[in-house]
Design a protein around this ligand. Structure first.
Ligand SMILES: N[C@@H](CCC(=O)N[C@@H](CS)C(=O)NCC(=O)O)C(=O)O
Length: 215
């Protein structure tokens, strides 16, 4: 049995749960972190010494770090669909996953979502927020070009490449910020919205996070 730990409002948990949903894996989900606490217990720290979510236990195999979990689940349960044994094909997916984690996520999730939405109004650093909003506009314009001739980031089917970047779309389009015209990204977002796993696990209202810096 697969067990997944993490609160539903966690961006990194959402990536994992979206894939669990796509793969229709039987699982148990335990909400920890944030208002649920539980990240500092010896039992949790024995699984993840960093005390962060998500974490999975798949029949005794413990994995932490959201992208390591995506790759693990893809390799174990998604061969041919979410995992390829061909190194070249895998690299097509890996480059988008790594770019999302090292470029898009810091600029959007940390820069815009934390800077604007999670920071109480009097503490907001507007020059920094504006710079991150502008950087995100360029990232989404680049994605828009990439998506001009394809339905998903690596072609005609959803792959792991879509999961980290696609998870940011719900919050990006819900926030009251300036956005460029990105029709191909919007069409991609609509395709993701058509998927029940995306609606259930990513389109999770995030009001509890407003003005909240403590987790
Ligand atoms: N790089 C890690 C980041 C993990 C992380 O920072 N998780 C956040 C939630 S998105 C967390 O555990 N926050 C503490 C909390 O929820 O209490 C990953 O991708 O899994």
């Amino acid at each position: 049995m697969l067990t997944v730990w993490g609160r539903r409002s966690s961006f990194n948990l959402q990536k994992v749960m979206w894939l669990v949903g796509e793969l229709r894996l039987e699982h148990r989900h335990i909400e920890v972190g944030g208002q649920f606490g539980g990240l500092d217990t010896p039992a949790f720290r024995a699984m993840n010494p960093h005390g962060r979510v998500p974490v999975i236990d798949d029949n005794g195999m413990i994995v932490w770090e959201s992208h390591a979990i995506l790759r693990y689940l893809g390799a174990r349960y998604g061969l041919g669909r979410f995992w390829s044994n061909d190194a070249g094909e895998r690299s097509q997916v890996d480059r988008w996953m790594d770019w999302s984690q090292t470029v898009l996520q810091p600029d959007f999730l940390m820069g815009v979502f934390w800077g604007l939405y999670r920071t109480p109004e009097p503490q907001r650093n507007w020059p920094a927020i504006r710079e991150k909003v502008a950087r995100c506009a360029r990232h989404f314009q680049l994605l828009d070009k990439m998506l001009a001739d394809r339905q998903f980031l690596c072609g005609a089917a959803l792959t792991l490449a879509d999961i980290p970047a696609g998870t940011s779309l719900y919050r990006y389009f819900e926030l009251d910020i300036e956005r460029p015209s990105v029709p191909n990204v919007e069409a991609w977002y609509r395709r993701l919205e058509d998927r029940s796993a995306y609606r259930e696990h990513v389109m999770v209202p995030f009001g509890e996070l407003r003005g909240r810096l403590d987790y």
